[in-house]
Structures are given as C-alpha cells and as structure tokens.
Design a binder for this molecule. Structure first.
Ligand code: ADP
Ligand code: 5GP
Length: 201
C-alpha cells in the first residue's frame, strides 16, 4: 500500500486557513488533519485534542527535547510554541492516509529538509482585508493583532518557496482550488514513475 501524501499548508494569521481546511475535510475522504501541540491559550470554542493539544511550556519542551525529538518540526510563532508530533504523522502516513500539516513558514522549512511534502501557501486578497478578517474574528488582543499583522508580510514573502499558491478571496473558490491540488497530487502519486519521464530521442 502506498504511503500517504504529506501536505503542508501555510498562510498569514487571519487569512482563512482554518475555515478553508474545515470545509475541505467535509468534502474529501482519506484526509487527516494533524493536531499540533501548542503553548498558546485556547480560544473560545477551541477543543483540546481537536483544534490543538494545549500543553504547558514544560510539557512542550520535554517533548521537544526527547531523543529523538518528539516533534517532526516545531517553531516559536507569534510568541508561542507550536509543534507537530512525529509519531502521530508517521502512523497516519503508514496507514495510507493523506495528512495535512497546518504550520508556519519556519515549520515548513524544517519538513522540507526531511521529507518531500506537497506545499501550499494561502494569501489574503490584500493586507487590508487580512486585518479586517483578523479583527472581525474577535479573538486577538490589540497586542496579538499587531504581532500577527507585523509578521504577515514576512510570511507572504516566503510564498515563493511553496509548490502552490491560493488566494483566499471567495471562500468557495479557495476550497475548490485546494481540492483540485489534492486531486492532482493523488493522481500523480498513483501514476507509475515511467509515465512521468520525458522520452528522449
Ligand atoms: P486563519 O486560520 O488563517 O487564522 P480563520 O480561518 O480563523 O483564519 O479566518 C479568519 C476570519 O476570516 C474568520 O472570521 C473567517 O470567518 C473569515 N474568513 C475566512 N475566509 C474568508 C473569505 N474568503 N472571505 C471573507 N471572510 C473570510
Ligand atoms: P494560531 O495561533 O492562529 O492557531 O496559529 C498561528 C500560527 O501557528 C499559524 O501560522 C499556524 O499555521 C502555525 N502553527 C500551528 N500549528 C503549528 C505547528 O505544529 N508547527 C508550526 N511550525 N506552526 C504551527
């Protein structure tokens, strides 16, 4: 049985990535969302073990410092620690599940060093719209909002390192774009290698 596809999705905070992924998961089967560990406080409505594994800094550092590390990748993002548990991802891929990692640009860089993920970056239509969405969500303090907006441009500059770029303007279209990428990558995986090579005369 072929191993699953590892999908890495990044976007500036407030762009709509979580919203897109929730809709996508309802439309596609065989896809699993890797639940990250984080030291950030849960937002209203977030569920431990579903949205994140919410852990203390001590718990996070203990996992990080295991030999080998308990994390496939980890990073400090907007002042909190986030990491992807290695065991969880390995088990899903081995069971032929396609796995989505919703991680930042630093984490994506680390995964690229150790694996060959399908990488997708999601941009907002404009920075003004990004701010409007982030404010509209109503989850961030003014301080957290400033940090997230200040990081957005730096993050968007890393989009060139990703295989695909999606602009989340109209939500339904963004979900369909991501669906199309996954469908194409699944076909690519199932195509014998010989068909991919260009015949030389
Ligand atoms: P992220 O996970 O990237 O931080 P969210 O999914 O939480 O962002 O979305 C941020 C806010 O923007 C939410 O209030 C969401 O409802 C809204 N949103 C997401 N996509 C769109 C879109 N295409 N058009 C308008 N608002 C959107
Ligand atoms: P939020 O606090 O808004 O849920 O996420 C903030 C940022 O952390 C987002 O860019 C998100 O993709 C990133 N993130 C979430 N989980 C992980 C993870 O496991 N590793 C890394 N490197 N980034 C993560």
């Amino acid at each position: 049985m072929a191993e699953g596809i590892l999908l890495v999705i990044s976007a500036p905070s407030g762009c709509g990535k979580t919203t897109i992924l929730k809709q996508l998961m309802e439309k596609i089967s065989g896809l699993e969302f890797s639940v990250s560990h984080t030291t950030r406080q849960p937002r209203v409505g977030e569920v431990n073990g579903v949205d994140y594994h919410f852990v203390s800094q001590e718990e996070f550092l203990a996992l990080r410092d295991q030999q080998p590390s308990g994390f496939l990748e980890w990073a400090e993002v907007h002042g909190n620690f986030y990491g992807t548990a290695r065991q969880e991802v390995d088990a899903l891929l081995a069971a032929s599940k396609d796995v989505i990692l919703d991680i930042d640009i630093q984490g994506a860089e680390q995964v690229r060093k150790n694996a060959d993920p399908v990488t997708v970056f999601i941009n907002p239509p404009t920075l003004a719209e990004l701010e409007r969405r982030l404010r509209g969500r109503g989850t961030e303090s003014e301080e957290s909002l400033s940090v997230r907006l200040a990081n957005a441009e730096k993050e968007m500059a890393a989009a060139k390192n990703y295989r695909y770029l999606i602009v989340n303007d109209e939500l339904g279209q963004a979900v369909r774009d991501l669906q199309a990428i996954i469908a194409a990558e699944r076909r690519r995986r199932n195509t014998p290698q010989v068909n991919r090579t260009v015949a030389r005369t």
